[in-house]
Design a binder for this molecule. Structure first.
Ligand SMILES: Cc1ncc(COP(=O)(O)O)c(C=O)c1O
Length: 403
């Protein structure tokens, strides 16, 4: 039986790589549809968690897609193309410059035979497919068995070919890795022995979201942050961000996973990367991963104050609560809040930093990426929730945005 909550003790200090986040953000700003995503203050959630303030960074619309994943997919794709196909040591400045560099290096036929490949449980692959579309490259995406049809169709609509692998997300990753060649770039959000550079850039790409939060919060900082996790790349990015900005002990950082795919929690318990075998059948599709990312794990291990395992029913309750606040959150998107709700009872909350004066940050990492399930769970469509958003001003309001 999986324990719901596994508190850990962090080391007093740990080295964190420093990033040129401005260059990454400038690249993201060059992509069509870039806008700072909203940060909402939700009194209803603060009341439920018994804290002073709950802020929700809403990534349900990011660069024209319904999840934060395009931030990592775009930066990792652009840096991989720069490095592998152009032989540049410097980072790409903009998507337009990247296209110009490809054309001037290879002439008019630079696209012939070149393609992007990725494995995904939905959101990352859609981001890679969007990058392929922007660069007019061919694209092949591998998905695990059981991937919702709507998620497959969304990737196909980007112009990519989608192949269903008979197995888990981890099997799809292994299948995608076989495609690597001089003309095929594998853009994976997880890493393994000998394949770390591109997934490092996926993690680095997520930094734009965290620097936006810094701008939006000004001098204030969160006391508790909840990171929903699959392979741990998103959590690693966020944890590095706050570890760089504050004394790591100033902010409680929690990792939330499905109880049936809690590979970070099991790795922490074992003291080494540990596989949680499939099938992984949670509807939190983005979090259905059996193995932590090799490069994310050391950061997650260092900075996580507690691992929380949640069920589908608890993320559904969080989806409904967010919908009441006028925020459209899919199954994986609501999991961070679900984790906090799971440990908000008097006994557990003392380990989690959920005190009555705390500012808590939740990140809604995706919108309704499976619209049928979204409607079944919340009783509303995403559009319906957004329509009522304006009437819910007493519950949710946007906080200061400086950029
Ligand atoms: C919506 C959503 N949230 C969170 C995550 C977790 O990210 P990671 O796999 O880096 O832990 C994912 C991963 O696909 C996701 O799709």
């Amino acid at each position: 039986m999986t324990k719901t909550f596994f508190p850990t003790t962090r080391p007093s200090s740990a080295a964190v790589p420093v990033l040129d986040t401005r260059a990454i953000r400038a690249f993201h700003q060059s992509l069509p549809g870039y806008a700072v995503t909203p940060l909402y203050s939700c009194p209803l959630l603060a009341e439920r968690l018994g804290v002073a303030r709950v802020l929700v960074k809403d990534e349900s619309k990011r660069l024209g897609l319904p999840s934060f994943k395009m931030l990592g997919a775009s930066w990792a794709t652009a840096t991989a193309i720069s490095r592998e196909w152009l032989g540049f040591a410097a980072n790409p400045e903009s998507i337009a410059q990247l296209k110009r560099d490809l054309a001037s290096t290879y002439g008019r036929t630079w696209r012939v035979g070149r393609r992007l490949v990725a494995a995904t449980d939905g959101n990352h692959g859609r981001g890679v497919a969007r990058m392929a579309r922007l660069l007019r490259l061919r694209c092949q995406i591998f998905v695990p068995a059981g991937t919702a049809k709507s998620r497959i169709r969304s990737i196909e609509r980007e112009g990519a070919r989608v192949d269903v692998v008979n197995g888990t997300y981890d099997d799809a990753i292994a299948r995608s890795a076989e495609e690597a060649s001089a003309t095929t770039l594998v853009v994976s959000d997880t890493s393994w022995d000998g394949y770390t550079e591109t997934p490092t850039n996926v993690i680095n790409g997520y930094s734009t979201m965290f620097s936006e939060i810094d701008d939006q919060m000004g001098l204030a900082q969160p006391n508790v942050v909840a990171f929903q996790a699959g392979v741990g790349a998103f959590a690693a990015a966020g944890m590095m961000h706050w570890a760089n900005r504050r004394k790591p002990s100033d902010v409680t950082m929690l990792a939330i996973e499905p109880s049936t795919a809690n590979c970070l929690m099991e790795s922490a318990r074992a003291g080494a990367i540990t596989l949680v075998p499939g099938p992984h059948e949670s509807t939190m599709a983005g979090l259905n991963c059996g193995l932590p990312s090799l490069i994310a794990w050391p950061m997650v291990e260092k900075f996580t104050d507690g691992y929380i395992a949640v069920t589908d029913d608890s993320t559904y309750a969080a989806m409904r609560l967010l919908a009441e606040c006028g925020i459209v959150a899919g199954e994986s998107g609501a999991a961070g809040l679900a984790g906090l709700l799971a440990v908000s009872d008097p006994d557990q909350r003392r380990h989690t930093g959920l005190t009555s004066d705390a500012t808590v940050l939740v990140i809604n990492t995706e919108g309704a990426t499976d619209p049928l399930n979204y409607r079944r769970v919340t009783g509303e469509t995403a559009k319906g929730v957004m329509r009522t958003q304006r009437r819910r001003q007493n519950r949710t309001h946007t906080i200061t945005v400086n950029s």
